[in-house]
Design a protein around this ligand. Structure first.
Ligand SMILES: NC(=O)c1ccc[n+]([C@@H]2O[C@H](COP(=O)([O-])OP(=O)(O)OC[C@H]3O[C@@H](n4cnc5c(N)ncnc54)[C@H](O)[C@@H]3O)[C@@H](O)[C@H]2O)c1
Length: 384
């Protein structure tokens, strides 16, 4: 049992009670089935009942799945079904058509609804009120669909997420170290390449550095490379970085390493995603030009049919930290609190065309509530 459970519940309930229910509405939620979700979903459900809860397939904790199935109408599609427009449209259409007087919102992590928006708009018009997106890669999917036909509130780039940047690194490092360690290899003193020096990448690079690895960084944005240099990281050019690493942590949210890149990598190089879905590494090239063997749970060895070079892919290329249920300390709770406020707001949000976000004052209020519940004002430490 996680000791934070009661405090998280208290925090989410406070935000949900302040917001109040939105009658005549329901929501379709697409999320990770991690141990931190039940109390968050409970609060979201009070604002707008959850008509359908869709599990993101690579992050399902079996206990959580069992628990949520008892409370909600749960769907467990495969990743290819989640990305299949027709499959998703059919799933959504049956729900909306059987509840014609209810207004629906989509509340998701990952942008799976984004490509469907225009077809949904043609078919259902104002029966859909809008969307809430909580993740960076989903944010990018909605950006691609501009002008957006519905209000979409994104919390992906919120200042309330800054606190959890620092915990992402240890969470990814721990999971990678555990899997690599099972093969008898220590991460310490390895040359680790972090691709993408944004929020996630910076946290991962700091953690690698603290654990004695040589942290190489490559980002397509030169300003981020400059920041990495200031942080004490090595910033070789892309080709040198790929040639001179033992393990790659992909933190971009796009396919950052693939095709001919695999020819450059050292024999035995490990590929670790810290981003979203299974997009960080070009799996198609691995599957067509390499021979695959599963050598341990969540460790696949790919041997090049051409050169016999071996590469190791962890967690099938999905985010490594989600294997362990991901760390969910009080920091992440703050960002989740914003999802509750965003859900309430999307029903009345006026911004259409562009992505919207909450105002700074709303975020300050959420942070103030968080402080009163999680922090001892005398010592400044986290309350247990
Ligand atoms: N595993 C988790 O638990 C977890 C948690 C939060 C976010 N994420 C995901 O991690 C990914 C990154 O999130 P973020 O908040 O750090 O995003 P971010 O936008 O802050 O950082 C991404 C960085 O990658 C760089 N980049 C983009 N394409 C690149 C390429 N081809 N090669 C090299 N660099 C490239 C960008 O310039 C940017 O600096 C997203 O997909 C996000 O959804 C995962």
């Amino acid at each position: 049992m996680n000791l934070l459970f009661q405090k998280r519940r208290e925090f989410f309930q406070k935000i949900a009670k302040n917001a109040g229910p939105t009658f005549g509405t329901q929501q379709i939620v697409i999320t990770h089935f991690l141990p931190d979700r039940p109390e968050l979903l409970e609060a979201l459900d009070q604002i707008s009942p959850i008509a359908l809860l869709v599990a993101i397939p690579y992050s399902i904790t079996s206990d959580v799945l069992d628990e949520l199935k008892k409370r909600y109408n749960v769907a467990t599609p495969s990743l290819s079904q989640l990305r299949d427009e027709q499959y998703m449209l059919d799933l959504i259409a049956s729900l909306l058509e059987s509840n014609p007087t209810v207004r629906f919102v989509f509340n998701e992590m990952g942008g799976y609804i984004a490509p469907l928006l225009n077809r949904l708009h043609t078919q259902f018009g104002s029966q859909i009120a809008g969307c809430v997106e909580g993740g960076q890669s989903g944010h990018m999917q909605y950006e691609k669909m501009r002008p957006l036909p519905y209000p979409v509130i994104s919390t992906a780039r919120s200042t309330l997420k800054e606190g959890d940047d620092t915990v992402m690194g240890p969470s990814c490092y721990y999971s990678a170290d555990r899997l690599v360690g099972a093969l008898g290899i220590l991460l310490v003193q390895r040359r680790a390449l972090v691709v993408g020096y944004g929020r996630v990448g910076r946290g991962v690079a700091f953690c690698l550095q603290e654990n004695g690895c040589t942290a190489l960084v490559y980002d397509t944005n030169p300003i981020r490379n400059y920041v990495a240099h200031g942080d004490g990281m090595f910033i070789p050019d892309r080709l040198e970085a790929l040639k001179n690493c033992d393990i790659i942590f992909g933190c971009t949210g796009v396919t950052s390493v693939g095709g001919d890149d695999f020819d450059l990598l050292a024999d035995g190089c490990f590929l670790v995603s810290c981003s979203s879905q299974d997009i960080e590494f070009d799996l198609q090239t691995l599957h067509t030009q390499f021979h695959q063997e599963n050598i341990l749970p969540n460790v696949d060895r790919f041997t090049s049919k051409k050169t016999k070079k071996k590469l190791y892919l962890l967690a099938g290329g999905t985010p490594i930290n989600l294997l362990e249920g991901a760390y969910f300390g009080p920091e992440l709770t703050l960002a989740q609190g914003e999802l509750i406020t965003a859900l309430k707001q999307v029903f009345t949000e006026k911004t259409i065309g562009e992505l919207a976000e909450l105002a700074n004052d709303q975020r300050k209020e959420i942070a103030e509530n968080w402080m009163t519940i999680f922090i001892d004002p005398t010592t400044g430490a986290q309350l247990c």
